[in-house]
Ligand binder design. Structure first.
Ligand SMILES: [Zn+2]
Length: 113
């Protein structure tokens, strides 16, 4: 195996890569999180951050963002549809008929989860 010169070693190390004020990528050595000390390398993240509450919206929770969005949408959509169903049922009970299109819409707008 070929011995590596210090220059070759240096080329293997990735840079911080943050956008500088000049618009060029930052060339400083990154810290453990991939950014240099000037570009967020020292920042506390996830549970270590002083403002951490539950991590539900955190990109560091290990759950992909799309999956989280999907879960959220599903949960809220189902809740709302249940409430909407109930409201329509009440309308039919009170008025004794199906709501018209505009009434459907009004009920839908009014339905809160
Ligand atoms: Zn940097």
């Amino acid at each position: 195996m070929k011995a590596q010169t210090p220059l070759e070693d240096k080329n293997k190390i990735k840079n911080c890569g943050a956008k500088t004020r000049r618009g060029t990528p930052c060339r400083r050595a990154p810290m453990r999180n991939g950014r240099c000390s000037n570009h967020g390398g020292k920042s506390l993240i996830y549970i270590a951050h002083p403002n951490y509450k539950h991590g539900r919206y955190s990109k560091y929770s290990g759950i992909p963002q799309m999956e989280k969005a999907e879960r959220y949408r599903k949960r809220h959509f189902e809740k709302r549809m249940k409430a909407f169903d109930k409201a329509i049922g009440q309308f039919i009970q009170v008025k004794g008929r199906e709501p018209t299109a505009s009434e459907w819409f009004a009920i839908f707008i009014k339905t809160k989860v």
